[in-house]
Design a protein around this ligand. Structure first.
Ligand code: FAD
Ligand code: MLT
Ligand code: ZN
Length: 460
């Protein structure tokens, strides 16, 4: 059925706003904007609009409001929950031309950048100024800083620095009516009522388009040591990774993975195995400080039960060699199929039970499915990737999420809800919670055009 976006007049008006090269409709050129990173979520066609400044974003949104055109904002399109692609004929508003570092304040440690700036560029600008950006994720080269704010990205250093919201100082955004809001106060403190940047953070494109981001930086601790620890019993690894938060103040990362994932990574990328024996579970811990904390790291590892092997590195290439066994899980899993991706968290003290029970829960629903477990165990956050089931069969996902909620856990620790987990919102929120979420959305987006298939239910 034709939509207002197919109308030649509407496309002409969009071109008038963003310029002739700012609108992309060619099927080959739009492919990368309409298929998600996993390949699980894909649309047949798309109209992609690439505004070059806030005024153009505002004009595009206003036109969409007049014409009843829905919008999917898109940064680097590395999201893992199907929220960044136009599955229902939405206009894709790409932020890729809103790119560049606008301001680096090396005195206080603060950076302002266009929403389309790659996360890695923000990280590099921070390092060049003698600071570090506290958020790091393996998709750093492609993910845009605006996308990381829209998803409240977590990643590898949440243990020490918190997720994106904690590091966020301000945003500029365009709401669903086309109004521009500059919530980028110059001060380091701001307690002037509702903190709208925090609300935009994690809103997954449902409240407006973030056009610019201001983040606070953390000290660049140069003394870093990484340990990879093997436990023949996977439950010991789960218990050990959870202990790091309480035992090691200088820990910046505490990650966990297991023998099948390690084998897959080694196979996919022809890497040597880290130890002669490889069964069991692995914990990767990194400490960082102004002074060398290797001794504290050694003491923390010594206090862990069930350790069989330890590898330690303090130089950059050695540390990277250890990290690749963890970081390359995502890519390795994608080499064997299109995964179902879950990013759950369980309450402290329950990770070992979850890790032990989840394979049987999946096998009971689909005996041919394979579960891959890895993630940010230091915060009880673990990724359950499932290969085998067809892309549109949610039965195994639902079984895992039911186990998570039974244990009192969260159905999303970092990737968000997107379209993939939206059907779970009525199961985790009360009717009053859902009404409140719908009212918040309506306040920002009264015409209901901002990523309407994502996160928030239609009004009840
Ligand atoms: P997109 O994928 O383009 O969009 C994601 C969502 O945000 C969509 O709903 C979109 O509509 C919305 N959005 C994007 N830009 C804007 C904007 N300017 N204004 C309003 N809404 C917007 N995530 C983690 O949290 N932790 C990890 O450790 C992690 N590791 C990853 C590793 C790999 C290899 C990959 C592929 C992904 C990983 N991710 C991780 C997921 C993903 O990279 C993050 O969710 C990231 O924050 C998405 O940024 P993006 O620019 O690609 O956003
Ligand atoms: C990770 O921690 O590696 C990411 O969140 C990516 C993934 O879940 O695959
Ligand atoms: Zn993760």
């Amino acid at each position: 059925m034709p939509t207002p976006l197919d109308d030649a007049r509407v496309q002409r008006e969009l071109r008038d706003i963003v310029g002739p090269t700012g609108v992309v409709v060619d099927a080959d050129l739009t492919r990368r904007y309409r298929t998600d990173w996993t390949g699980r979520f894909s649309a047949d066609s798309a109209v992609v609009v690439r505004p070059g400044d806030d005024d153009q974003v505002a004009a595009v949104v206003a036109l969409c409001g007049e014409q009843g055109i829905t919008i999917v904002p898109q940064g680097g399109n590395t999201g893992l929950v199907g929220g960044s692609v136009p599955l229902h004929g939405e206009l894709v508003l790409s932020t890729e031309r809103l790119c560049g570092i606008d301001e680096v304040d090396a005195t206080v440690g603060r950076i302002t950048a266009g929403a389309g700036t790659p996360l890695a560029s923000v990280q590099q600008a921070a390092l060049a100024a003698g600071w570090r950006y506290g958020v790091d994720i393996a998709s750093r080269d492609s993910a845009a800083i605006g996308g990381t704010v829209a998803t409240n990205a977590g990643g590898l250093h949440v243990l020490r620095h918190g997720a994106t919201r904690v590091n966020l100082a301000g945003v500029a955004f365009v709401d669903g009516t086309g109004a521009v809001h500059a919530m980028n106060r110059a001060t380091l403190r701001d307690n002037t009522g509702y903190h709208l940047p925090s609300l935009l953070c994690g809103s997954e494109g449902t409240l407006g388009i973030i056009t610019s981001v201001r983040v606070l930086l953390v000290p660049d601790h140069r003394c870093r040591t990484t340990a990879l620890v093997r436990f023949p019993d996977p439950r010991d690894a789960a218990v050990a990774v959870e202990s790091v938060r309480g035992t090691l103040a200088s820990a910046e990362a505490a990650e966990v993975f297991f023998a099948p994932g390690l084998e897959l990574v080694c196979r996919a990328f022809s890497l040597p195995r880290p130890f002669a024996e490889t069964d069991g579970g692995y914990v990767l811990v990194e400490v960082a400080d102004a002074d060398d904390r290797t001794e504290s790291l050694a003491a923390a590892v010594e206090s862990m039960s069930g350790v069989a092997d330890v590898a330690v590195a303090a130089d950059t290439s050695g540390r990277e060699r250890l990290w690749r066994y963890r970081e390359r899980h995502t890519e390795a899993i994608s080499t064997i199929g299109v995964p179902h991706k879950l990013d759950i968290a369980v309450p402290p003290g329950t990770l070992a039970e979850f890790v032990e029970r989840v394979p049987a829960v999946i096998a009971a629903v689909d005996p041919h499915a394979t579960a891959w477990l890895f993630g940010h165990g230091g915060e009880g956050a673990i990724h359950v990737n499932i290969t085998g089931p067809p892309v549109d069969d949610d039965a195994t996902d639902d079984a895992v999420l039911a186990l998570v909620t039974d244990l009192g856990g969260s159905i999303s620790a970092e990737h968000g809800i997107g379209t993939a987990k939206r059907h779970w919102i009525p199961r985790i929120d009360s009717a009053a919670d859902r009404t409140l979420r719908a009212h918040i959305k309506a306040a920002f987006d009264p015409y209901g055009i901002m990523n309407p298939a994502v996160l928030v239910d239609p009004p009840m």
